[in-house]
Design a protein around this ligand. Structure first.
Ligand code: ADP
Ligand code: ADP
Length: 232
């Protein structure tokens, strides 16, 4: 089990009132699973992703990531685990506008203290993997939405994470670019990367192997996808 969550509660305390964003969640995700997280706005999806990605802490319960009890780690150890194990992909791409595709992809390796030559080599390979070898020196505003998201995926991949967490990765893309992103995720998953992806779109969710649906901070359904749209 790469992800194991037990009796997870997350409460936001705004000072004037409290919001119970996740209520007694139990969730297990095996290595090499490909999971879609669905549910209406405000149901707790982003809260879950932030906790899974070690960007936020749970209020009570347990989160075991790859055998390690995350709930007990301090911020430094948490950041280390995050950099080593997790790659993030966002709806808004979150690329730095002044940097080239290549430089954006190199960023996480700077944090990981990889040498400059090795960084460049790995960044080129990652961009090649997402089909962008001919766009290495383009800045984000010189790329299409789909190409930007592919740069973001390359960036997520360079430290060889075991998990990709994607929050609405196709939310800003047309259907053709969305399909291209789904093909990349499919092949990453086939190579053994565990993927957890938030999406509102039913046709996008059908590319995954399992759909977990949230409502009001609870999991209301958890089903294998029977009519998958798998390619290759
Ligand atoms: P979703 O991603 O499904 O839209 P969220 O996880 O963002 O849902 O939000 C779940 C609930 O927690 C909502 O009621 C939201 O208003 C609340 N919430 C999210 N983030 C915060 C925060 N930083 N402070 C206070 N409440 C929050
Ligand atoms: P630290 O606690 O070490 O300062 P950061 O908040 O800088 O941690 O994030 C560490 C890692 O989390 C980054 O290397 C990146 O992989 C991921 N991350 C967090 N937020 C973002 C973001 N907005 N865009 C891209 N990556 C992010």
């Amino acid at each position: 089990m790469i992800i194991k969550i037990e009796n997870l509660f997350k409460t936001y305390d705004t000072g004037s009132f409290k919001v119970e964003a996740l209520k007694d969640i139990n969730l297990e995700i095996k290595k090499e699973e490909y999971v879609a997280v669905m549910g209406p706005s405000g149901s707790g999806k982003s809260t879950l992703m932030n906790i899974l990605g070690c960007l936020d802490r749970l209020s009570s319960g347990k989160y075991i990531l790859d055998g390690e009890d995350i709930s007990k780690l301090d911020d430094n150890n948490l950041a280390q685990i995050r950099n080593k194990k997790i790659g993030f992909v966002f709806q808004a791409f979150n690329l730095l506008p002044r940097l080239s595709a290549l430089e954006n992809v190199e960023l996480p390796m700077i944090y990981a203290k990889v040498s400059p030559t090795e960084r460049r080599k790995r960044a080129k390979l990652a961009l090649e993997k997402v089909g962008l070898s001919d766009r290495l020196y383009h800045k984000p505003n010189e790329l299409s939405g789909g190409q930007k998201q592919r740069v973001a995926i390359a960036r997520a991949l360079v430290n060889s994470p075991s998990i990709i967490l994607a929050d609405e990765p196709t939310g800003n893309l047309d259907s053709k670019s969305s399909e291209e992103i789904m093909e990349i995720f499919e092949s990453l998953n086939n190579e053994g990367v565990t993927i957890v992806m938030v999406t509102h779109e039913a046709d996008i969710a059908l590319h995954t192997k399992r759909i977990v649906t949230f409502k009001d901070g609870n999991i209301i359904s958890d089903k294998a996808v029977s009519n998958r749209i798998a390619k290759g």
